[in-house]
Design a protein around this ligand. Sequence first.
Ligand code: ADP
Length: 336
Amino acid sequence: VCLCLCAGCGEQQVQKSDIVLDTAVTLTADGADAKAAIDESMARLKNIDGMVNPNVPDSDVCKLAQYAGSGHWVSLHPEVYKMLAFAQTYAAKTNGAFDVTTKPLVDLWGIGTDHAKVPSPQELMAAQKLVGWQKLELNEETHSARLQEKGMGVDLGGIAKGFAVDEVRQIYAKYGIKDGLINLGASSMYGLGLNKEGKSWRIGLRHPRKDDAQQKMAVLSLQDAALSTSGDYERFFEAGGVRYHHIIDPRTGRPAQSGAMSVTILADASVTDGGMLTDLLTTAVFVLGPEQGTRFLQALPRGVEGAVVDGRYQLWTTGNMAAEMENVSEEFQFWQ
Ligand code: ADP
């Protein structure tokens, strides 16, 4: 659907929605070239999807899994190489809390699919042996990679949407778009300039235990910044009173029980690859938990800040985040 929001008033705000990267994407842009920017961006998103989608038979991630354990180096698109290199840097920094080789565990749990289940201890042990970022080798000169053991695979679900946000941002820049919203399923976003009312984009943060769109946890203003959120409420099932969700702790092989319910990260325009970084950090910080996660965020370069909600509805924030959160629902308290 392509919609010109204010045809006739001289302004050219264009909005287009589609399902790409397994996500409801909505792109909004303002300016003379808004339509061209959005069309090119949508095409680019589909192109990225084709590289990272495990269900596309000749995607790079499929090839990596196919040749795992054979010793063969798989030549990668520069985009996939970039995501993997970034992921490996942060795998090292987070001591493996973020690890794209978690795929065998993601597949085993099947959270969000029709075959989700609690695996047996034997299954868990077998899958866990195939996980480990040190067993993913990258060759910078040839832009290729290989996985050391048969049965291994990479899952870019924790980083690809953020990468895609950065790509769209570059396309917007090429077309001179100064105002717009790049929204990849609300979990990865970038707000440029102002909305059509001349105000900064206002984004409601989801309440981790209420589906109701009216019951937001808080609201954030987004002006020339990337925003990403992850939580245990996105994809999960419950069994025996336990919530099994889609963020896996590679160190236990199980959905992370770190005390976090949701993580929100903001990166301002000064941060390189801000979309990819915020997307990655939501998963990493979720696995690390409120205390370790916020400590990790505090040690990062300026421009990145976050909020972690723990099981007692306490908000652990870094940087200026506490001041920036508006309309905070009264159930939540800032942790001191
Ligand atoms: P989404 O926005 O689609 O919910 P997230 O940014 O929350 O995705 O990342 C979760 C996804 O990342 C999972 O669905 C899985 O594909 C992958 N993943 C799960 N655990 C990890 C982990 N510890 N490290 C890296 N990727 C992970």
